[in-house]
Design a protein around this ligand. Structure first.
Ligand SMILES: *[C@@H]1O[C@H](CO)[C@@H](O)[C@H](O)[C@H]1NC(C)=O
Ligand SMILES: *[C@@H]1O[C@H](CO)[C@@H](O)[C@H](O)[C@H]1NC(C)=O
Length: 185
Protein backbone atom coordinates (compact mmCIF):
# COMPACT_ATOMS: atom_id res chain seq x y z
CA UNK A 1 0.00 0.00 0.00
CA UNK A 2 1.40 3.39 -0.97
CA UNK A 3 1.43 6.07 1.67
CA UNK A 4 -1.16 8.15 -0.18
CA UNK A 5 -3.67 5.34 -0.48
CA UNK A 6 -2.89 4.50 3.12
CA UNK A 7 -3.81 8.00 4.23
CA UNK A 8 -6.92 7.91 2.05
CA UNK A 9 -7.94 4.72 3.80
CA UNK A 10 -7.32 6.40 7.12
CA UNK A 11 -9.43 9.39 6.13
CA UNK A 12 -12.14 7.05 4.96
CA UNK A 13 -12.12 5.11 8.21
CA UNK A 14 -12.14 8.30 10.23
CA UNK A 15 -15.12 9.67 8.31
CA UNK A 16 -17.00 6.42 8.81
CA UNK A 17 -16.23 6.66 12.48
CA UNK A 18 -17.45 10.24 12.78
CA UNK A 19 -20.49 9.64 10.59
CA UNK A 20 -21.62 6.84 12.84
CA UNK A 21 -20.88 8.94 15.91
CA UNK A 22 -23.09 11.66 14.45
CA UNK A 23 -25.96 9.28 13.79
CA UNK A 24 -25.69 7.96 17.33
CA UNK A 25 -25.66 11.53 18.55
CA UNK A 26 -28.80 12.40 16.62
CA UNK A 27 -30.73 9.54 18.20
CA UNK A 28 -29.31 10.30 21.61
CA UNK A 29 -29.89 14.05 21.37
CA UNK A 30 -33.40 13.58 20.05
CA UNK A 31 -34.25 11.16 22.82
CA UNK A 32 -32.73 13.44 25.41
CA UNK A 33 -34.84 16.36 24.24
CA UNK A 34 -37.89 14.15 24.06
CA UNK A 35 -37.45 12.82 27.60
CA UNK A 36 -36.99 16.37 28.84
CA UNK A 37 -40.10 17.59 27.05
CA UNK A 38 -42.21 14.70 28.30
CA UNK A 39 -41.24 13.04 31.60
CA UNK A 40 -43.21 9.94 30.50
CA UNK A 41 -40.56 9.29 27.86
CA UNK A 42 -37.70 7.27 29.27
CA UNK A 43 -34.35 8.02 27.69
CA UNK A 44 -33.33 4.35 27.58
CA UNK A 45 -36.61 3.23 26.02
CA UNK A 46 -36.31 5.91 23.36
CA UNK A 47 -32.71 5.20 22.36
CA UNK A 48 -33.21 1.42 22.39
CA UNK A 49 -36.34 1.68 20.24
CA UNK A 50 -34.89 4.08 17.69
CA UNK A 51 -31.54 2.31 17.48
CA UNK A 52 -33.31 -0.96 16.74
CA UNK A 53 -35.27 0.54 13.85
CA UNK A 54 -33.84 -0.48 10.47
CA UNK A 55 -31.53 2.15 8.94
CA UNK A 56 -32.13 4.56 11.79
CA UNK A 57 -28.40 5.26 11.88
CA UNK A 58 -28.56 6.84 8.45
CA UNK A 59 -31.67 8.86 9.13
CA UNK A 60 -31.99 12.59 9.60
CA UNK A 61 -34.45 14.03 12.08
CA UNK A 62 -37.37 13.96 9.64
CA UNK A 63 -36.58 10.32 8.95
CA UNK A 64 -36.38 9.48 12.64
CA UNK A 65 -39.83 10.99 13.04
CA UNK A 66 -41.24 8.74 10.34
CA UNK A 67 -39.56 5.74 11.94
CA UNK A 68 -41.13 6.57 15.27
CA UNK A 69 -44.54 6.79 13.64
CA UNK A 70 -43.93 3.39 12.04
CA UNK A 71 -42.88 1.88 15.37
CA UNK A 72 -46.04 3.30 16.92
CA UNK A 73 -48.09 1.78 14.14
CA UNK A 74 -46.52 -1.67 14.63
CA UNK A 75 -47.16 -1.38 18.36
CA UNK A 76 -50.81 -0.50 17.87
CA UNK A 77 -51.38 -3.25 15.31
CA UNK A 78 -49.72 -5.80 17.55
CA UNK A 79 -51.65 -4.76 20.64
CA UNK A 80 -54.97 -4.80 18.79
CA UNK A 81 -54.22 -8.36 17.71
CA UNK A 82 -53.19 -9.27 21.27
CA UNK A 83 -56.47 -7.94 22.71
CA UNK A 84 -58.38 -9.93 20.10
CA UNK A 85 -56.56 -13.09 21.22
CA UNK A 86 -57.14 -12.37 24.89
CA UNK A 87 -60.86 -12.03 24.19
CA UNK A 88 -60.99 -15.11 21.99
CA UNK A 89 -58.87 -17.40 24.17
CA UNK A 90 -60.65 -16.70 27.41
CA UNK A 91 -64.33 -16.40 26.51
CA UNK A 92 -65.45 -18.34 29.58
CA UNK A 93 -62.79 -17.39 32.10
CA UNK A 94 -62.78 -13.62 31.72
CA UNK A 95 -64.27 -11.51 34.47
CA UNK A 96 -67.15 -9.54 32.88
CA UNK A 97 -65.64 -6.25 33.98
CA UNK A 98 -62.27 -7.09 32.43
CA UNK A 99 -64.00 -8.28 29.29
CA UNK A 100 -65.87 -4.96 29.01
CA UNK A 101 -62.57 -3.08 29.40
CA UNK A 102 -60.93 -5.24 26.76
CA UNK A 103 -63.84 -4.61 24.40
CA UNK A 104 -63.38 -0.87 24.91
CA UNK A 105 -59.63 -1.13 24.37
CA UNK A 106 -60.21 -3.10 21.19
CA UNK A 107 -62.38 -0.27 19.86
CA UNK A 108 -59.85 2.33 20.95
CA UNK A 109 -56.97 0.49 19.29
CA UNK A 110 -59.00 -0.06 16.12
CA UNK A 111 -59.57 3.70 15.87
CA UNK A 112 -55.92 4.29 16.71
CA UNK A 113 -54.90 2.28 13.66
CA UNK A 114 -56.74 4.62 11.32
CA UNK A 115 -55.45 7.57 13.34
CA UNK A 116 -51.82 6.54 12.97
CA UNK A 117 -52.29 5.90 9.24
CA UNK A 118 -53.63 9.42 8.83
CA UNK A 119 -50.78 10.77 10.93
CA UNK A 120 -48.33 9.09 8.57
CA UNK A 121 -49.87 10.88 5.58
CA UNK A 122 -50.00 14.21 7.40
CA UNK A 123 -46.39 13.84 8.47
CA UNK A 124 -45.16 12.98 4.96
CA UNK A 125 -46.80 16.09 3.58
CA UNK A 126 -45.47 18.17 6.48
CA UNK A 127 -48.93 18.92 7.83
CA UNK A 128 -47.52 18.78 11.34
CA UNK A 129 -50.54 20.37 12.97
CA UNK A 130 -52.83 17.61 11.71
CA UNK A 131 -50.28 14.95 12.57
CA UNK A 132 -50.08 16.41 16.06
CA UNK A 133 -53.83 16.11 16.57
CA UNK A 134 -53.86 12.55 15.22
CA UNK A 135 -50.92 11.39 17.35
CA UNK A 136 -52.39 13.05 20.44
CA UNK A 137 -55.60 11.09 19.99
CA UNK A 138 -53.56 7.88 19.81
CA UNK A 139 -52.00 8.82 23.16
CA UNK A 140 -55.44 9.50 24.59
CA UNK A 141 -56.57 6.08 23.43
CA UNK A 142 -53.79 4.37 25.41
CA UNK A 143 -54.57 6.27 28.62
CA UNK A 144 -58.33 5.77 28.24
CA UNK A 145 -57.74 2.06 27.75
CA UNK A 146 -55.51 1.84 30.81
CA UNK A 147 -57.82 3.97 32.98
CA UNK A 148 -60.70 1.59 32.36
CA UNK A 149 -58.94 -1.15 34.32
CA UNK A 150 -57.90 1.24 37.08
CA UNK A 151 -61.49 2.15 37.84
CA UNK A 152 -62.15 -1.08 39.64
CA UNK A 153 -60.19 -2.22 42.67
CA UNK A 154 -58.39 -5.53 42.37
CA UNK A 155 -58.40 -5.50 38.59
CA UNK A 156 -54.99 -5.68 36.95
CA UNK A 157 -54.61 -4.36 33.44
CA UNK A 158 -53.07 -6.95 31.12
CA UNK A 159 -52.10 -4.10 28.80
CA UNK A 160 -50.08 -1.74 31.01
CA UNK A 161 -46.73 -2.38 29.32
CA UNK A 162 -48.22 -2.12 25.86
CA UNK A 163 -50.21 1.03 26.58
CA UNK A 164 -47.09 2.55 28.05
CA UNK A 165 -44.90 1.67 25.06
CA UNK A 166 -47.39 3.12 22.58
CA UNK A 167 -47.75 6.23 24.71
CA UNK A 168 -44.00 6.76 24.84
CA UNK A 169 -43.50 6.16 21.12
CA UNK A 170 -46.26 8.67 20.33
CA UNK A 171 -44.73 11.21 22.69
CA UNK A 172 -41.40 10.77 20.88
CA UNK A 173 -43.15 11.54 17.58
CA UNK A 174 -44.66 14.69 19.08
CA UNK A 175 -41.34 16.00 20.32
CA UNK A 176 -39.61 15.26 17.02
CA UNK A 177 -42.30 17.30 15.28
CA UNK A 178 -41.77 20.03 17.85
CA UNK A 179 -38.05 20.16 17.05
CA UNK A 180 -38.72 20.07 13.29
CA UNK A 181 -41.16 22.94 13.53
CA UNK A 182 -39.05 25.12 15.76
CA UNK A 183 -35.98 24.59 13.60
CA UNK A 184 -37.82 25.53 10.40
CA UNK A 185 -38.98 28.88 11.76
C1 LIG B 1 -43.58 -1.57 20.97
O1 LIG B 1 -42.47 -0.89 20.47
C2 LIG B 1 -41.29 -1.00 21.25
C3 LIG B 1 -40.23 -0.16 20.59
O2 LIG B 1 -40.10 -0.43 19.22
C4 LIG B 1 -40.89 -2.46 21.33
O3 LIG B 1 -39.76 -2.58 22.17
C5 LIG B 1 -42.04 -3.27 21.88
O4 LIG B 1 -41.70 -4.63 21.86
C6 LIG B 1 -43.28 -3.05 21.05
N1 LIG B 1 -44.38 -3.74 21.67
C7 LIG B 1 -45.31 -4.35 20.96
C8 LIG B 1 -46.36 -5.04 21.74
O5 LIG B 1 -45.32 -4.35 19.74
C1 LIG C 1 -54.20 -17.49 22.33
O1 LIG C 1 -54.19 -18.86 21.93
C2 LIG C 1 -53.26 -19.13 20.89
C3 LIG C 1 -53.45 -20.58 20.48
O2 LIG C 1 -53.57 -21.41 21.58
C4 LIG C 1 -51.85 -18.86 21.42
O3 LIG C 1 -50.91 -19.12 20.40
C5 LIG C 1 -51.76 -17.41 21.84
O4 LIG C 1 -50.48 -17.13 22.41
C6 LIG C 1 -52.84 -17.07 22.84
N1 LIG C 1 -52.77 -15.63 23.05
C7 LIG C 1 -53.05 -15.03 24.19
C8 LIG C 1 -52.92 -13.56 24.22
O5 LIG C 1 -53.41 -15.63 25.20
Amino acid sequence: MSSSSFSLTLIFLFSLFFLSINAQDLIHDTCKTSSQQDPNVKLAFCTTSLQAAPASHCADLKGLGMMSIRLTRYNITDTRCYIKQLLKNNTKKLDPYVKACLDDCFELYSDAISGIKQAMKSYSSKRYFDANVQISSVMDATTTCEDGFKQRKGVVSPLTKRNDATFQLSAIVLSIMNILQSSSK
